[in-house]
Design a protein around this ligand. Structure first.
Ligand code: NFK
Ligand code: ZN
Ligand code: ZN
Length: 214
C-alpha cells in the first residue's frame, strides 16, 4: 500500500473553483480561459491560455500588494503557509472582526476566520466582514504569523487607508483571502496553502487545504 493511501487523515479542500464567472473584486480582471491547441483540430495535445487577476479565488497576498517596496509572491518564505492553524467561527462579527470576537487563543501560529454562513460562490458581496486592525495587532502580539479569511479582503471594500493590510505589514504577517470554510468546524488543523511562485506577483492563487492533525 502506498504511503499516500496509508495516510487516512481527513482533508478539507478550502479552495474556490477557478472558472469563468468566478466573482472578482469590482473592476478587477475577470477569469478567462481559451484553448490555444486543440486535439479536435489535430493537435497532439490540448493547451489553454488563462487570463486572471493575481487575487483570483483563494489566494495569498504578497507584501508587494500593500507596500510599494514589498517582496513579491515568489520571494515569500513558505513556512507561514504550512503548519498547525486554528479555525475560528467569527460569523456574526458584523462589519469587522474585533478583539472581542476572538475566543481565547493560545499558541496559534496561524488563524483562519470563517465569516460567511454560506460562501458566496456565484455572486460578489460588497458587505463582507473585514478584520479590525486592532485585531491583527493583538494577534501579532500572540505570535500569530498568518491570518486567513473567507472574505475577499482583510479590509472593507471601500477602504482607502487599508489599515488592516498595513497592520499585517507592520507585523510582517502573511494573508490568505477567499478561503472556503463552510464545512470546517472550529478547531485545530494542519494548513497547507502554497502560493504560486509568481515573480513580480502582488498576490498568487493557492490550492488551500486543511488536514486533520496527526
Ligand atoms: N484581494 C484583494 C482585494 C483588493 O485589494 C483589490 C483587488 C483588485 C483591485 C483593487 C483592490 N483593492 C482596492 O482597491 C486584497 O488583497 O484585499
Ligand atoms: Zn488579495
Ligand atoms: Zn488583501
Amino acid at each position: 500500500m502506498s504511503a499516500i493511501t496509508d495516510d487516512k487523515r481527513r482533508i478539507w479542500d478550502i479552495s474556490q473553483r477557478l472558472r469563468p464567472g468566478l466573482p472578482v473584486w469590482p473592476g478587477d480582471t475577470k477569469w478567462a480561459q481559451e484553448r490555444t491547441w486543440l486535439m479536435e483540430d489535430g493537435s497532439p495535445v490540448n493547451v489553454s491560455k488563462l487570463t486572471m487577476t493575481t487575487h483570483s479565488g483563494s489566494h495569498a497576498d504578497a507584501p508587494l500588494h500593500y507596500a510599494a517596496d514589498g517582496i513579491d509572491a515568489a520571494a515569500m518564505d513558505l513556512a507561514p503557509f504550512i503548519g498547525e492553524c486554528l479555525v475560528v467561527d467569527a460569523r456574526g462579527a458584523g462589519s469587522e472582526v474585533g478583539v472581542g470576537d476572538l475566543p481565547h487563543i493560545e499558541s496559534a501560529d496561524r488563524v483562519l476566520f470563517r465569516t460567511f454562513d454560506s460562501f458566496p460562490h456565484e455572486e460578489w458581496g460588497s458587505n463582507f466582514t473585514a478584520i479590525a486592525p486592532e485585531t491583527i495587532e493583538w494577534l501579532a502580539l500572540q505570535g500569530v504569523r498568518l491570518i486567513g479569511t473567507d472574505a475577499p479582503s482583510v479590509d472593507p471594500q471601500d477602504s482607502k487607508s487599508i489599515a488592516a493590510h498595513k497592520a499585517v505589514l507592520e507585523a510582517d504577517m502573511r494573508i490568505l483571502e477567499g478561503l472556503v470554510l463552510d464545512d470546517v468546524p472550529e478547531g485545530r488543523y494542519e494548513l497547507i496553502a502554497l502560493p504560486l511562485k509568481v515573480v513580480g506577483g502582488d498576490a498568487a492563487p493557492c490550492r488551500a487545504i486543511l488536514r486533520e492533525l496527526p
